[in-house]
Design a protein around this ligand. Structure first.
Ligand code: GAR
Length: 196
């Protein structure tokens, strides 16, 4: 079985990354991690990945000032050196330029904490609560040039309970994300592999 070489991009805690690494411990999982990279050298997830024996890279975006593309070229060099075939964004908190998205389009997926197309961008849970929604959720989607705008691969939802805050909702959603992301990434791999 051809397992796609997976790079996971993070900016912080990396619990979704950990869920993907865990799923990929199964030799039948259609992707195998070759790199975990972060734009923040102090991201907790880098330690977790290293402890799991996965190669890591830190490309500090602050060293590139406002030059997003220069940051992305440095990141891209790490991705290429690792032989990356598919990228999973997992709490990666940088908006990507058309150059980077264009280069990896069709080979890059993201997890977003809302039921897209609702609540693109930030503060998704507070916006769902303020709107009086009865459910929230997460979406895994292909990354396209528009922010949180690409084709949806899979979603999972959960009820918003009376008294929920953005924090309580995020905490309840997290284990839902951890189940969703490995499933959705496997689907994405299947699409890519069948596309040849
Ligand atoms: C997750 O809830 C993910 O959906 C969200 O950040 C969190 C990362 O947690 N992603 C975004 O907001 C992307 N715009 P993690 O680092 O523990 O996986």
């Amino acid at each position: 079985m051809n397992r796609l070489k997976l790079a996971i991009l993070i900016s912080g805690r990396g619990s979704n990354m950990e869920a993907l690494l865990h799923a990929a411990e199964d030799p039948a999982y259609p992707a195998r991690p070759v790199l975990v990279a972060s734009n923040r050298p102090d991201a907790k997830g880098l330690e977790t990945a290293a402890a799991a024996g996965v190669p890591t890279a830190a490309v500090d975006h602050t060293l590139f000032g406002k030059d997003r593309e220069a940051f992305e070229k440095a990141l891209d060099a790490e991705l290429e050196a690792a032989g990356t075939e598919i990228i999973a964004l997992a709490g990666f908190m940088r908006v990507l330029t058309p150059w980077f998205v264009g280069k990896w389009e069709g080979r890059m997926v993201n997890i977003h904490p809302s039921l897209l197309p609702k609540y693109k961008g930030l503060h998704t849970h507070q916006r769902a609560i303020d709107a009086g929604d009865t459910e929230a959720g997460a979406t895994v989607h292909w990354v396209s040039p528009g922010v949180d705008d690409g084709e949806i691969i899979q979603q999972a939802s959960l009820p918003i309970l009376p008294g929920d805050t953005a924090d309580s909702l995020a905490a309840r959603l997290l284990p839902v994300e951890h189940k969703l992301y490995p499933e959705a990434l496997a689907k994405a791999c299947a699409t890519l592999t069948s596309a040849g």
